[in-house]
Write a protein that binds this ligand. Structure first.
Ligand code: FES
Length: 374
């Protein structure tokens, strides 16, 4: 502010008596702003064109409310549990994430377009030229800027545009509800509610149910084909990826396929050489069957399949970030970012000579999760 301008500053008493219009003009003058153009978009109030513009803005806010409701409906009620590709509900399940993203995005978009349209249609069109100044703003500048903002609001007629105000409130309110629902959703659909459910995140497909045996099954590429594994199917030093199978599911194509696709089911069945010295994990000394050891195939770093096995060194390698697990020492991590041993599946052979799981894993699979104890 120049010395000449400071001389023209109103006193505090004069400032208090000035109305909004005077403050606006004072502000532009003191800031060295030249108002080239300052036009009220609707000089004649209540015309059809003005009402049409108002409805146009309201439609966007109402759309935001509708999309917000659709987002809430999908987020809370759409079937989100995993369904395997051959299952009846797979299409609905696979649409869950895209629909959540689509409706949340449309809500934000409609709110944004509504706000932009309102600004374009109702805020006074101003063309001004202003010099920048150094340092912070003084009291006069703050008061006059506030007056300018209030003036733009009043001139836009927001106080008398109930349709715009209500629709904007509705749209923003529904979107706010959606944002509140996001962190609360996990509590509404609590995956821990039924801890004994085989679908709970606390269990894998290896969890025995109703006393039924869970066999180790080969994946032949055909979900309907059931090929069970016996000890003589693996040579010394060999390995195979196996999946759970229950006799009650033999003719249920959907369940047979789901068992091959469930993320925490793949297990590496490894046959060590007979002379191989092995260190077993405390408390899991009887998890193996002779030279046969079964470890979860899901890397404890970030969940990739640890599908490379080097029989000479007994190393299981995860190709994603090169973690290595020592099968000769309870599959503990010996290289790379993984910090936890691969969970071991307790196995045995039943009276008909096939491998079966004696129980589920006793710890979480893969990179684990926030309720992990081990
Ligand atoms: S996921 Fe296996 S090393 Fe990262």
């Amino acid at each position: 502010m120049s010395g000449e301008q400071e001389d023209k500053l109103p006193t505090e008493a004069e400032l208090a008596e000035m109305d909004r219009d005077q403050l606006v003009r004072l502000g532009t003058k003191l800031d060295g702003v030249e108002l080239v153009h300052y036009e009220d978009p609707w000089p004649v109030k209540g015309t059809k064109a003005e009402k049409r513009a108002e409805r146009g803005v309201a439609i966007w806010f109402l759309l935001a409310a509708l999309f917000g409701l659709a987002f809430l409906g999908v987020f809370l009620f759409w079937p989100w549990e995993y369904e395997s590709p051959n299952a009846e509900g797979h299409l609905l399940y696979s649409l869950y994430t895209p629909l959540v993203g689509l409706f949340l995005g449309l809500t934000v978009l409609a709110l944004g377009v509504g706000a932009l349209t309102y600004t374009k249609k109702f805020i006074p069109h101003e063309l001004a030229v202003q010099d920048r100044h150094d340092g912070g703003s003084d009291k006069v500048d703050q008061e006059t800027v506030l007056a300018e903002l209030a003036d733009a609001g009043v001139r836009s007629g927001i106080t008398r545009r109930n349709l715009v105000k209500r629709s904007a409130g509705l749209g923003a309110g529904v979107m706010g509800l959606g944002l509140v629902a996001l962190p609360l959703g996990g509590m509404l659909k609590n995956p821990w509610a039924d801890k004994e459910s085989p679908d709970s995140l606390l269990h894998t497909g290896w969890k025995p149910q109703n006393g039924e045996k869970v066999y180790l099954r080969r994946n032949t590429g055909d979900p309907k084909a059931v090929v069970l594994i016996r000890p003589e199917d693996l040579d010394a030093g060999g390995f195979e990826t196996v999946f759970p199978f229950r006799e009650s599911e033999r003719h249920d194509e959907e369940k047979l396929s789901a068992a091959l696709h469930r993320a925490d089911n793949p297990v590496m069945l490894i046959r060590l050489r007979p002379d191989q010295a092995v260190t077993k994990r405390a408390g899991q000394e009887d998890y193996n069957y002779g030279d046969y050891y079964a470890y979860s195939k899901i890397c404890t770093h970030l969940g990739c399949p640890t599908s490379l096995y080097e029989q000479q060194t007994g190393r299981l390698l995860c190709p994603c970030h090169q973690s290595q697990f020592d099968v000769f020492e309870y599959a503990k991590p010996v290289f790379g970012p993984a910090a936890r041993a691969l969970p071991q599946l307790p196995i045995t052979v039943d009276e008909s000579g096939y491998f079966v799981a004696r129980a589920d894993f006793n710890e979480p699979i893969g990179p684990a999760f926030w309720e992990r104890n081990s």
